[in-house]
Write a protein that binds this ligand. Structure first.
Ligand code: PPS
Length: 571
């Protein structure tokens, strides 16, 4: 039929032939090179393979303005998401309009060239307001826009040389044309796509199965493995989970393919964008759920978008997107019937069971039971492997306080107590140890102190990731740097900030190393508390007073804190 022709004919890609690519690679040695960020690599892959058809490159200024203002390219084509090449100012200064630049991955491999037709400084506040609904950095994409993306945008058509290289799950990654060919081969005329960034549990399996049945379509599970919301389950774990769930569908009705998309969590606009991307991948139907691609709460604790805004916007543009929306039915388990029902169809007087994402994370972190009705045993097993209970995860105890406050002494006592308990390896990153082994070339300027703390944070995050205990004991005078370290570590485990709150007067009175005297005499410059700032921690997990309290007791307070957080077993 005509419909099938439309969907399954190849879609234009931006790659040149193999021979031209070989030639281009050599010629590109002379071009100015831009090292793509992880997000730009995702965008470039979908530009080149037709996932972002009809885009031919990173947006020009006119296309960008249209997309931001009214979701349309300059020629009127529907496109809801700015796909922009953001660069730093000093790089932009090296580039002139009309010039070709090389786009390289983080190893320096050339992936494409781009002819720069546009260069401009975008109004990021406007982009945030219009595209994401608010200029509020609690939105991950707004945060990215202001704090990660470069100041200047370059636009222009892209010439594709080669796909970004992936070493994981190669057999599960398909370009739009590979998926189209697959559907053609199997004679799948209707395909409903399910977008996801989370592990699938029984409710998802039920709803996708229903969606396929209702639209009389085959099912494509199309999870995002590019970039999702910070804090999500990593894609390696998720893909192992998806593979287990695939077996639960009737044979040869369903397939799975991985999409290297960098999500923006833009709710309604993102739903329209996801629809266009799935259409390019040969699908005819698309499931849009409650709060599709939602970013979570804003800085006032409210939702960025209404729960059904995405469905409404999608519906409005459905014909233009060219894909039929299947609205997501929130599925709940009905105890008496031992079966899933859409929440709107639950029989009267029945008991509904549901476990929220937050509750699931709590049960995983505390090692509690996750019932059979909620998920598949294979999925739960994978999640438990990746998220062992807190008592088996690594963590970092980060002491901060003035020189001579007692940080090192308490840290040493804590280390010995933890080693006595056993079970996890312990590393002490004391100020003096670090300054000898990691930071011997650094002094005490703000810049050097920040570097020092970031190095400590990096090592501690690696230890935490690998299930060990890192105890850090630097002065760490700056709150922003401590927060950055916290964020890095909390990806992998708990971060316990302990403020050793000995007053500066007491530290100076003790003056164990005689440094305060030298600082007063001006013989040591920039001395913390005397001639250099110290930001008192506002919300540390624990504050210990050392005046009139012995070291053993201080260390014991930390142990009690760790117990109350479930990180170590009660003694
Ligand atoms: S920082 O700010 O976190 O990078 O400092 P840190 O690595 O913990 O190093 C602090 C120790 O260095 C000695 N020292 C100084 N401290 C503060 N200010 C200045 N200008 C300074 N110069 C040398 C001091 O002995 C600190 O040791 P601790 O263990 O904190 O007493």
């Amino acid at each position: 039929s005509k419909l099938m022709q439309n969907y399954l004919a190849p879609i234009p890609e931006l790659y040149v032939s193999y021979d031209s690519a070989q030639k281009l690679k050599v010629e590109a040695a002379d071009l100015v090179s831009h090292d793509l960020t992880p997000r730009q690599i995702c965008d470039l892959e979908l530009l080149m393979n037709g996932g972002f058809y009809p885009l031919k490159g990173f947006l020009s200024e006119a296309d960008y303005d249209g997309v931001v203002e009214n979701m349309r390219l300059a020629d009127g084509t529907l496109w809801p998401m700015p796909i922009t090449l953001d660069v730093k100012e000093d790089f932009a200064d090296q580039v002139e309009i009309g010039q070709d630049i090389a786009l390289r991955d983080q190893e320096g491999v050339i992936l494409a060239t781009m002819t720069v037709t546009d260069k401009w400084v975008p109004n990021k506040a406007r982009e945030a307001e219009k595209v994401f609904g608010a200029d509020d950095s609690a939105h991950p994409a707004v945060n990215y826009l202001h704090n990660t993306a470069g100041k200047v945008y370059l636009g222009g058509p892209v010439t594709g040389i080669q796909q970004p290289v992936h070493y994981d799950f190669r057999g599960r990654r398909d370009t739009p044309n590979e998926l189209r060919a697959y559907f053609r081969k199997l004679g799948w005329r209707k395909v409903v796509a399910f977008q996801t960034r989370n592990p699938l549990h029984r409710a998802h399996q039920e709803l996708t199965f229903r969606a396929a049945k209702e639209s009389q379509a085959n099912l494509l599970i199309h999870p995002v493995v590019g970039m999702t919301k910070p804090g999500d389950v990593d894609h390696f774990t998720r893909v192992r989970c998806y593979e287990a769930v695939l077996d639960k569908y009737p044979a040869s009705t369903t397939t799975m393919s991985l999409l290297n998309l960098a999500m923006r969590m833009a709710g309604p606009r993102e739903a329209v964008w996801h629809g266009l991307i799935r259409k390019n991948h040969g699908c005819t139907h698309f499931i849009v759920g409650r709060d599709h691609a939602g970013p979570g709460k804003n800085s006032k604790g409210e939702d960025f978008y209404g729960p059904y805004d995405a469905q409404e916007l999608f519906k409005q543009y459905e014909t233009e997107i060219g894909l039929e929306m299947v609205d997501f039915k929130h599925m709940v388990f009905v105890q008496e019937k031992a079966q899933y029902f859409p929440v709107s169809e639950v029989p009267e007087d029945c008991t509904v069971l549901d476990i929220s994402g937050t509750e699931l994370r709590r049960r995983l972190s505390e090692g509690l039971e996750i019932p059979e009705w909620f998920s598949f045993p294979e999925v739960v097993r994978e999640l438990r492997r990746t998220r062992p209970p807190r008592s088996k995860q690594g963590f970092t105890v980060f002491f901060t306080g003035f020189s001579g406050s007692g940080k090192s002494t308490i840290a040493n006592a804590l280390m010995v107590k933890l080693m006595e308990m056993g079970g996890r390896p312990v590393t002490l990153l004391d100020g003096d140890i670090v300054r000898k082994n990691l930071s011997s070339e650094l002094g005490f300027s703000k810049e050097h102190r920040d570097l020092n703390i970031r190095r400590i944070g990096y090592v501690a995050s690696e230890i935490t990731k690998n299930g060990g205990i890192a105890i850090c004991a630097p002065i760490a005078p700056y709150a922003t740097t401590r927060r950055a370290v916290r964020e890095e570590i909390e990806q992998f485990g708990a971060f316990i900030e302990v403020h050793v709150a000995t007053s500066i007067e007491e530290c100076e009175r003790r003056d164990r190393k005689g440094l305060y005297k030298l600082a007063r005499e001006g013989k040591i410059k920039e001395f913390t508390g005397i001639s250099d700032p110290y930001d008192v921690p506002e919300n540390p997990e624990l504050r210990v007073e050392t005046e009139n309290v012995d070291v053993d007791n201080c260390a014991h307070q930390v142990i009690l804190k760790l117990e109350s957080m479930g990180l170590i077993a009660a003694q």
